[in-house]
Design a protein around this ligand. Structure first.
Ligand code: XLS
Ligand code: CA
Ligand code: CA
Length: 440
């Protein structure tokens, strides 16, 4: 019998409904259940983040590993990667999840030379391809780790050293190749080191122009090789750099617009990065969606009492509901999905905790989906919002929006009409309605 890394879970996690007390069962996520025009599986497109769930060992800024997984034991790096891949696919299958995401250096180790690293990556990609075929699990997105190696300590695409920038480009080229080979539906750019620590040594304008060049080269390469996946940029305000160029959704969109890149990218919004940026998760989703650029989601949560990227599994149904409202309203995530960029806590040292973590996250989003769908069907908030803006549907509002009047005409109109009367925005009433859907 093949080695098993998760002996307590013998078969795929079942859906048992909300009254189940089985910790290894879904209470809300029922993959084939239809919600509106799609199944839950099609709506939610869940994904496991390889780096946290397969490579995580509980280490934090204050202490090393607090657990060592069985699949990380081989001393040879390639053997370790192969065993990790076996454990990964056992986990994906038993969890019943459709997608996974990785960084190049998560799945294959860096070699003694750049060519050696390419070879390692290609070997593992070959194996992953077979396992995807055998299991039906797919790649949601690939990315390159442009933050771990010391050569990127002063930036990757935005390094002051052109040699480093070229190295980053070569690495991304290979990560895109790997993603394409595995049928990846997206490719993510997260600029962990693309920012600055101090303006005393930084030419901010130059670095932004470098970043734009980097992205243009990526777009050219994508066209050249016919990669059909969606390019995504993942905003984050800080960590590891003090200031990162892709601080939040609005900043990233404006950068893309300024450098004529908007047509080629969408955003991958992470909940924890939103709160680090001083926004709510739903704000970042709404900003991206309003621009038609909400491509995918890193589904996790931060801790408002801890000011860093804690990457916890999402459990807050209020938050998943607000997120799903935005996702449903834009007709879904398209090629994107909900990737659990989240790690079990340092004290959760049993590999089976990975099941509890993902089951909780999947159930939280499934509940969010159900509630959001009911709210949209009942038109509770959409009716209220349409009514709130009705003064723009006709009369002076319609004239303003169609550009038929200017400041002069509006001055005349105000002189005649006088002071506006305001209606209540009814925030508390709406919050009560939302809660009434959540407790059903
Ligand atoms: C780190 C980011 C990273 C990206 C992928 O904070 O969330 O994991 O999602 O590079
Ligand atoms: Ca992320
Ligand atoms: Ca994060």
């Amino acid at each position: 019998m093949a080695k098993t890394y998760f002996p307590k879970v013998q078969k795929a996690i079942p859906y048992e409904g909300k009254d189940s007390k089985n910790p290894f069962a879904f209470k809300y996520y029922n993959k084939e259940q239809r919600v509106g025009s799609k199944t839950m599986g099609e709506h939610l497109r869940f994904s496991v983040a390889y780096w946290h769930s397969l490579l995580g060992n509980g280490a934090d800024m204050f202490g090393g590993a607090s657990f060592e997984r069985d699949w990380r034991q081989p001393s040879d790096p390639m053997d370790r990667s192969k065993e990790t891949l076996d454990a990964a696919f056992e986990f994906f299958e038993k969890l019943g999840i459709d997608y996974y995401c990785f960084h190049d250096r998560d799945i294959a180790p860096e070699g003694s030379s750049f060519s050696h690293s390419i070879k390692n990556l290609q070997t593992i990609v070959g194996l992953a391809k077979q396992m995807q075929k055998a299991t039906g699990v797919k790649l949601l997105w690939g990315t390159a780790n442009l933050f771990g190696s010391p050569i990127y300590s002063q930036g990757a695409g935005t390094s002051p050293n052109a040699h480093v920038m070229a190295h980053a480009a070569a690495q991304v080229k290979n990560a895109i190749d790997a993603t394409k080979e595995l049928g990846g539906e997206n490719y993510v750019f997260w600029g962990g080191r693309e920012g600055y620590e101090t303006l005393l040594n930084t030419d901010l304008k130059h670095e932004q122009e470098q970043m734009a060049k980097f992205f243009h080269m990526a777009v050219d390469y994508k066209k050249k090789i016919g990669f059909k996946g969606q390019f995504l940029i993942e905003p984050k305000p800080c960590e590891p750099t003090k200031h990162q160029y892709d601080t939040d959704a609005a900043t990233t969109l404006s950068f893309l617009r300024e450098y004529d890149l908007l047509d080629h990218f969408k955003l991958n919004i992470e909940a924890n990065h939103a709160t680090l940026a001083g926004h709510t998760f739903e704000h970042e989703l709404a900003v991206a969606s309003a621009a038609g650029k909400l491509g995918s989601v890193d589904a996790n949560r931060g801790d408002l009492l801890l000011g860093w990227d804690t990457d916890q599994f999402p459990t807050d149904i209020y938050s998943t509901t607000l997120a799903m409202l935005i996702i449903l309203k834009q007709g879904g995530l398209g090629k994107g999905g909900l990737n659990f960029d989240a790690k079990v806590r340092r004290s959760s040292n049993d590999p089976h905790d990975l099941f509890h973590a993902h089951i909780g996250g999947m159930d939280a989003f499934a509940r969010g989906l159900l509630v959001a769908h009911a709210i949209i069907e009942d038109k509770v908030f959409s009716r209220f919002i349409a009514e709130r803006y009705r003064s723009f549907d006709s009369g002076i509002g319609a004239k303003i929006m169609s550009g038929k009047v200017g400041f002069r005409e509006l001055e005349q109109w105000i002189i005649k009409e006088g002071k506006p009367e305001l209606e209540s925005a009814r925030q508390e009433m709406l919050e009560n309605i939302l809660n009434s859907y959540l407790v059903r």
